[in-house]
Design a protein around this ligand. Sequence first.
Ligand code: CMP
Length: 220
Amino acid sequence: MRRSPLLSPLDEQSVHDLVGLMTASRMERGDVLFREGEQGDRLYVITEGKIKLGRTSVDGRENLLSILGPGEMFGELSLFDLGPRTATATAIAETQLLALGNDQLHDVIARHPRVAMALMALLAGRLRRTNENLADLVFTDVPGRVAKALLELSSRFGRPVEEGVLVAHDLTQEELAQLVGASRETVNKALADFATRGWIRLEARAVLLLDVERLQRRAR
Ligand code: CMP
């Protein structure tokens, strides 16, 4: 939580005051917090669990923009540009959140300009990642994108274990395919191929990375 861009620039007392202004909520897997297109009046920080951010096409297909975990923030875009929510936020595990209203956000930015800098750094990081994802969709084949998605999930949710890195991502194979931006069949084929080569081992809603170096090479 303390690492969130909203709180990391603040001293102990200001963190305490700000958290006091935030409202806590709890969600189960599958609960929808808000939908793409709705008006937004608050942002959220995840204290526990995971949130998927997704968009739906006119014909009902889904694409996942990101999976966020503890300490991460979302829902700020519609506060900054006063537009509608750009994605639907759904819990994919038991999740706890803290919400901060628009007025309080403006107040904290006015009193602590370093928070504005931290928020800009977060937005810059997301734009970089989005640019990279866009380039990958054009230039990188599906197995390369699958390798990259596994490594990115690992940087968020990975935990070192004896055989490698255990990534408890909580995603179904369908959701993993939506994150990669390819069909479930193609993504499953890539995963099965990685498993046959001994680079990964598939587990329920988790994957064990056995050879990170090979995955990194495949992701390039
Ligand atoms: P908002 O548009 O209010 O609601 C959806 C949220 O998803 C958005 O704010 C951002 O916080 C987050 N979001 C949108 N696009 C991306 C992206 N490409 N990567 C990570 N997070 C995103």
